[in-house]
Design a protein around this ligand. Sequence first.
Ligand code: CU
Length: 174
Amino acid sequence: MRFSKTLIVAIWLALNPFALPSGNPHAQGAATNASVVFTLRTGIAEGRMVFLGVGGDIDGSVNPELILHQGERVQINLINGEGAAHDIVVDLYGVRSNRVVGKGASTSISFVADRTGSFAYYCAVPGHREAGMQGRLRIEPGLRMGVRPVAPSISRDPLDLPPPLHARAADCAG
Ligand SMILES: [Cu+2]
């Protein structure tokens, strides 16, 4: 009996992939759903058109590298700092903002950073990337330090087990 109970639990777990938090990419995505917000302002630095970081660790940086951890939802705000038309594009994530036209106009993009690696962001207005409007987004594996994962609850009623898989006549007879 002890063996078959263990077997039933094992089968139950196999049939309920969300019962355990490890080894399931969907569960991992849900566990690291922290939001990270970056703000960039367009401007001129060293005679080039650039993105300038606003606030946080990137404040004042020219074309700052935006560092994320896999699974985080990122929002990138773009503020027009000087009036020419601009946008922001991350090709490898398939995201493209509206164009911001006029000083002070703003827009944003948002996506889940589910792939690790280094990805370019840039302004897609013709000539702007070449003129200097590009930087990189770095997405690191694993959790950000100091962030506790929000794991789904795995507690269950101990009596909430599936019915037996087959008739137990043989067990009773023995
Ligand atoms: Cu631009």
